[in-house]
Design a binder for this molecule. Sequence first.
Ligand code: ZN
Length: 447
Amino acid sequence: MARSALLSLLACALLCASVPAARAAGTILPPLDDAVSYGADLTASGTGRTWTGTESIVARNDGRSPTDRLWIRLWGNGPKGCSPRAVTATITSGGRRGRLIRDCTAMEVILPTPLAPGAATTITLALTITAPNLSDRFGAADDIDLFGNALPVLAQRDRKAWRLPSYSPYGESWVTTWARFALTLHHPAALKVAAAGSTTTTPDPNGATATTTSVVDARDTFWAIGAMEEVQRTTARGVKIRAWSPVEAGGDRDDAAAGAASAMEEIERHLPAYPYPEYDVIVARIQAGGGMEYPTVVITDGTDDVTRHETGHQWFYGLVGDDQYREPWVDEGLTSFLEVYWTSSNSQQTPACYPSRRFTVKDPATFITSSMTYWNRHVGQYGLAYDNPACALREARSKLGDAKFTAVMRGLVTRYERRIMTGADVRRAFGKRLSSLWPKWGLAPGR
Ligand SMILES: [Zn+2]
């Protein structure tokens, strides 16, 4: 989610009031890698708001003991809960439904026989997905229907337990590992579909409808539909940038394409290259957060800051995974550093830096490592999880020098590419010499 939308909330909320103690994330165990692939074949209603069809989920037991159940997350039910359900999923083969909890966002699947370690199984679902009437990543904006976190995905677990966090309207609850996502989307030919990964649209023989396919190996997928126009650009290294917007917003579309291309080129001067051939940028002014990242595709409100921020997430979130719910500072902080210091800004929105000695909380040295459980209830302070890590990294750069600092950041991407990186991993990579940096900025190890 974008940084700029949170900045105006920050200063007073932090310094004018004493706040209760936050709970930090504690030790984050690496998630098991159960997800193999997701395949969906969906048909749009006339407006594109509702999609019906099937999904096939292939899961492999990555644990050390048999499992008799899986959990599937229906994140699309997060904003509105159980009535009406934005996403209904009926299991048609591979198991039977158990509990439906967390406001209808977590569905238990009881397997017919326990799944042995290393063995795979397929669950098929009948789906109905309706974008809610919200100006949000799963919702609609500027007459574009947006399907972020709409497709059901496997829940995460580690070697100890299933992780079933609640939906977060301000951050992201969906911690996912890499899998192959393949979408086949049937829709009216008059409406354009933008989607994650490599996307191809083919007119159907009847002329009235078309089929868009989207394939990506990533942590999630996304699609959008509407009366959009597209503009394309190619980065110096050859990545195809596709920017989409309502027909009349051609200026915003051009700006978004240019901003995304230059941000990508600039970040690639410091970090390993973006590994996909295509990057889609959708200009839709969602009120929630200003922008939103998905792997290989983002939503931006068209402002330069948001486009650069969401492009930064292609590295920290997309390429290097993190636990956005339990450690949002890793997700948003490293991305904010990229946004502010490794891309060229048209504005001067530098981070607001608050050393932990200024916090009126119980554990100031760990405060910024709070999980979304805390920030959801203290949204006015959430900008700190974006800005303070950027301040810490800026100080790390000045202490280490540009070359060493960049080497550490590159090393993080190389080492944790396609894995989940934790805050402890980040601190460790910067070494003992900088150990005083983390408590200074409220980023000391959590409880
Ligand atoms: Zn963000």
